[in-house]
Design a protein around this ligand. Structure first.
Ligand code: HAM
Length: 419
């Protein structure tokens, strides 16, 4: 019989690795609080319609990667492949605009895409992200980018770089796409099969192709989108850059950065991990002024980003930014038998109520084995509890770091642990 295992492209976050995730989550909470953003949690599955309308029928996510299924009532549901559409749905459903004209939201959670698994690419992965909803102004774009960079700075990550671009308003982009089609017409035959399809469908996707032949064609013959922006788009982008300069944030302007989701307008950006392999996008985002109205909500501009947590863990491991697992035990209780365990129970409860981390032996091991275990668990103190100790009210406490033993009255233990 086949052994039960995680499904391809999914993974367990193991108890001895969880401290890495907790470190990241704790920094995220601090950073997001410092920008006064509020957390939002949305369901893991939504109506399939939300993503096909929100993310775009021609995007890879919708056309190839969604985990969609029919529930028993016959509705088509999808495990969320991204969170921006879900947040937009929530915004519309709960009339956020009536609460306040600006909402600064953050999220953290699992997403699902049926991609080909490889290092840094899973079928279930985690993202954290920000959506700033309500402001059409470049200061919101700069703030979103600033938050994204702040997380890496706070975590001490060194090997990353920010790429920014503007893909203009929808009108300007339509014109550009025609110019692009004309410029590439004579070279269509040199493109890979997928790109030849994209040429007719969604020509901007040509910028994302990893095929060297296609990349060469694009480099040689694709005009820059930045030369085809409207005056307002240009001014918006200039102001975003000025604000990033003012905040001391370095960036590279990358006119090929068009992003794979259909909802973007104007600013797009990505942060690349420079020491990561093929899956080097740590974070991606941009402005999406039409998404909420496209989903039948009020006309509401917005900008945001999302970042992969697994890739961040890989990048931080490569830079040795995690300490060894720091979780340790304040007091390891080693009872000689079950009667001693009962006798010490009131002390154990009172110490735990006060917030001390107290490990109580559950395996009925020998004293020697308990000592070994206490060492492995990095316990500060061990108390061997026998009948004699319980009767006298004095416990033998061993300080594991200094390897010294003291006799301590039960009432004094709390003071010792506080030191
Ligand atoms: P995205 O570029 O599709 O954007 O994903 C953002 C980040 O999620 C990527 O840069 C990467 O770090 C991570 N990621 C994506 N797919 C995988 C995968 N299969 N395995 C591991 N990590 C992955 C979005 O999702 C947009 N909703 C971002 C956004 C928010 N735009 C505006 N607001």
């Amino acid at each position: 019989m086949q052994k039960l295992r995680t499904i391809k492209g999914t993974h367990d976050i193991l108890p001895w690795d969880i401290h890495k995730w907790q470190k990241i989550e704790s920094v995220l909470r601090d950073v997001f609080a410092s920008y006064v953003c509020k957390e939002i949690r949305t369901p893991v599955f939504e109506s399939t319609n939300l993503f096909s309308r929100g993310v775009g029928e021609f995007s890879d996510i919708v056309s190839k990667e969604m985990y969609s299924f029919q529930d028993k009532g016959g509705d088509s549901l999808t495990l969320r492949p991204e969170l921006t559409a879900s947040v937009a749905r929530s915004y519309i459903q709960h009339n956020y605009q009536q609460e306040s004209p600006l909402h600064k939201l953050w999220y953290f959670g699992p997403l699902f895409r049926q991609e080909r698994p490889q290092a840094g690419r899973q079928r279930q992965f985690y993202q954290y992200g920000i959506e700033l909803i309500g402001s059409p102004f470049p200061e919101a774009d700069a703030e979103a980018i600033d938050i994204a960079c702040s997380v890496y700075r706070k975590l001490g990550l060194k090997n990353w770089e920010l790429h920014i671009n503007s893909i203009g308003s929808i009108e300007a982009r339509k014109v550009y796409m025609e110019v692009l089609r004309d410029s590439l017409k004579a070279h269509k035959g040199e493109l890979c099969e997928t790109c030849q399809d994209r040429y007719d469908g969604n020509i901007l996707r040509l910028f994302d192709c990893k095929n060297p032949g296609c990349q060469e064609v694009m480099k040689e013959h694709a005009p820059s989108i930045l030369d085809h922006l409207s005056e307002e788009d240009k001014q918006h982008f200039e102001q975003v850059k000025k604000l990033l300069d003012a905040a001391g944030i370095d960036y590279t302007i990358n006119p090929a950065l068009v992003r794979g989701l259909d909802y973007y307008t104007r600013t797009t950006f990505e942060i690349k991990g420079t020491a990561l392999g093929a899956q080097d996008a740590l974070c991606g985002g941009g402005r999406y002024d039409k998404l909420i109205s496209d989903l039948d909500g009020p006309d509401t501009p917005a900008v945001g980003f999302a970042a992969g947590v697994e890739r961040l863990v890989i990048a931080m491991e490569a830079e040795e930014l995690f300490n060894a697992d720091q979780s340790f035990v304040d007091l390891y209780i080693a009872p000689m038998d079950i009667a001693c365990l009962e006798g010490i129970s009131p002390l154990v409860h009172s110490l735990r109520d006060k917030g001390f981390r107290v490990h109580l032996e559950l395996m009925r091991r020998s004293v020697k084995a308990m000592m070994r275990d206490a060492n492995r668990q990095n316990a500060r103190w061990v108390a061997v509890v026998g009948e004699q100790e319980l009767q006298s009210g004095n416990l033998r406490l061993k300080n594991m770091q200094e390897n010294i033993q003291q006799e301590i009255n039960l009432n004094e233990i709390e003071n010792i642990l506080k030191k």
